[in-house]
Ligand binder design. Structure first.
Ligand code: ATP
Length: 327
């Protein structure tokens, strides 16, 4: 006997900052949805598409050959209107009018804050899939896009190291992470950086000054990774300050910027996105309403969306210790 409240139609969006592997997650949601007998709809440009009712039905062939592509076929946006109650009401009304009974949101903590409100205000099932290069989501070891971004940074920094050592320069490289230093920490370890400045650790500037003064006028190169959100100031202020103290040293700045967001996703991100897409559809079918599917110790976990918004993921202290030992 068919249950009256059995889910038949679901929707998927990508929201907030784009990340490599979002397409692999969309593909996974669409294919596992269809395999479970569901109709799957994709709304364009995140929450803006929900508000403007801009959507299309996604068939299996619509997601062919996208597992290897960066960006998101559904586009993404930061929606001001969705931050208002009226905006979320419009979004819900559009979902209801199309008889859509569950929503999967691929995005970061901002997107999950919006998802939590939509779910609570309208008693609507929403499942989150962590998709952000920053890896700064509580409750999951990895977010989709982080591994690819990390590898992009490592490749770029290796190239900078070549030129830096040819000229015996000190290179300061800024990597993404407005609030969190996950990219900076791991890329710093992977590139053998002499110092890493992260928003989570204070007093790093003093340490950096000691490092630079110890090297004196020795002719050797150094590489310093600086997270975008470093609290001691932006990268130019930091370099200006150091230059005033050590005017003879040749210091350069390189800001990696948006190359960190693009590119073909790594094998790890593709597999993670595929696993999480299937897990998200399963969660909806198992009556979960307001959770994120994540990865902990290589297992799929369910974490209340509310928790992912309220709590901060802390940086791995073991990795910080490694940095000090290996410099
Ligand atoms: P990233 O971490 O990559 O930046 P994100 O999902 O955190 O991704 P945000 O720009 O913070 O990106 O959020 C995406 C969208 O989610 C916002 O444009 C807005 O529409 C919605 N959103 C964010 N915070 C809230 C909130 N407190 N209430 C309602 N909606 C929100």
């Amino acid at each position: 006997m068919e249950l009256m409240d059995e889910i038949k139609r679901i929707a998927v969006i990508t929201s907030g900052g784009d990340a490599p592997g979002m397409n692999a997650a969309i593909r996974s949601v669409v294919r596992s949805g269809i395999n479970n007998g569901l109709e799957v709809f994709g709304f364009m440009r995140g929450y803006d598409g929900l508000i403007n009712n801009d959507f299309k039905k996604l068939e299996s062939h619509d997601v062919s050959h996208i597992i290897q592509t960066g960006g998101t076929i559904l586009k993404t946006a930061r929606s001001k209107e969705f931050r208002t109650k009226e905006g979320r009401k419009k979004a819900y009304a559009n979902l209801k009018a199309s008889k859509i009974e569950g929503l999967i949101v691929i995005g970061g903590d901002g997107s999950f804050a919006g998802a939590t409100l939509l779910s609570k205000e309208h008693n609507f099932p929403v499942i989150g899939i962590p998709g952000t290069i920053d890896n700064d989501l509580y409750g999951t070891d990895y977010t989709i896009g982080y591994d690819t971004a990390l590898n992009t940074v490592v490749q770029a920094v290796d190239k900078i190291r070549d030129t830096s050592s040819s000229h015996n320069r000190i290179f300061f490289v800024e990597v993404m992470g407005r609030e969190a230093g996950f990219i900076a920490l791991r890329s710093g370890i992977a590139t053998g950086a002499e110092a890493i400045l992260l928003p989570e650790v204070s007093g790093q500037l003093e340490k950096l000054k000691n490092l630079v003064s110890q090297r004196g006028n020795q002719k050797k190169s150094s590489l310093i990774i600086v997270a975008e959100g470093e609290r001691e100031g932006n990268i130019f202020d930091i370099v200006k300050g150091l230059h005033a103290d050590f005017p003879k040293l040749d210091m350069r700045v390189s800001i990696l910027g948006h190359i960190q967001r693009g590119g073909s996703p790594s094998a790890y991100d593709r597999v993670t996105a595929s696993r999480l897409g299937v897990a998200a559809v399963d969660a909806l079918l198992n009556d979960q309403r307001s959770i994120m599917v994540g990865i902990r110790n290589n297992d799929i976990v369910h974490v209340p969306l509310k928790k992912t918004v309220k709590l901060n993921k802390s940086i791995n202290r073991d990795l910080l210790e490694i940095v000090d030992v290996l410099v």
